[in-house]
Design a protein around this ligand. Structure first.
Ligand code: BG6
Ligand code: MG
Length: 219
């Protein structure tokens, strides 16, 4: 396989925004009388905003009309946006920048494949907007992960085949999406949670493009 494209999830792969999602959902939970823990927050990784709200309501055994849900999700998002607009490039996860630079030097295209509708704001805040050849986010796709749309669209916009693409993901739903897209799938995080991926790395600190090519050679 000739590697031509690397697609990155955003939240949990490039930056750790899970903590801000957590603070905002917890604040919403407090407002409507639902206790929301950090462990509960794990269930929201890679999951769309509306599905996340459904999970929160499920935890609190509450129901709401669609209109009320829209309003609650908007309220949570306003708080989340308050947090992310305070971000800067110091929040890029360790090893990510050198890895992106290495890909660029080797002529491998770089894409963002994120469920978030706030992806562009975050990339701007951490000064990474110019690093991506294509950005596919929650505003562009209609089907959320584990549907493969976000990844297949990234590759097709660049005219690159799935077999020439690698995906970096930290969430189970994202791993499933990448596997369904028939792309090489690298889990970023813990082996236990991400064992379905072709390969798992704890982060980018000790991972180079040469290491990636070794993984490819094993397939
Ligand atoms: C994903 C996060 O990247 O984006 C989820 O892992 C989040 O936790 C989803 O719910 C949607 O994000 P946003 O910014 O559109 O609310
Ligand atoms: Mg993620």
């Amino acid at each position: 396989m000739e590697l031509r494209l690397a697609i990155f999830d955003l939240d949990g792969v490039i930056v750790d925004t899970a903590k801000y999602h957590y603070l905002a959902w917890k604040r919403l939970g407090e407002k409507i009388g639902i206790e929301f823990t950090e462990q509960d927050n794990e269930r929201l990784k890679g999951v769309s905003r509306m599905r996340s709200l459904d999970i929160l309501l499920e935890i609190g055994k509450q129901t709401r009309t669609d209109e009320e849900k829209e309003q609650l999700a908007a309220e949570k998002n306003a708080w989340y946006v308050e947090y992310i607009t305070q971000m800067d490039s110091s929040e890029i996860l360790p090893g990510v920048l050198p890895f992106l630079e290495e890909l660029r030097t080797q002529g491998i295209k770089i894409a963002l494949g994120s469920a978030s509708k706030n992806a562009k704001t975050i990339l701007e805040r951490v000064s990474l907007s110019d690093c991506f050849d294509v950005i596919v986010d929650g505003n562009l796709v209609t089907k959320a992960k584990p549907d493969p749309e976000v990844f297949t669209l990234s590759a097709s916009l660049l005219g690159i085949e799935a077999e020439q693409t690698v995906v970096f993901e930290d969430a189970q739903a994202g791993i499933e999406a990448a596997l369904r897209a028939k792309m090489l799938t690298i889990g970023v995080g813990e082996q236990d949670t991400l064992h379905e991926a072709h390969y798992v790395i704890p982060g980018f600190e000790e991972f180079s493009v040469a290491d990636l090519k070794k993984v490819l050679a094993l397939r």
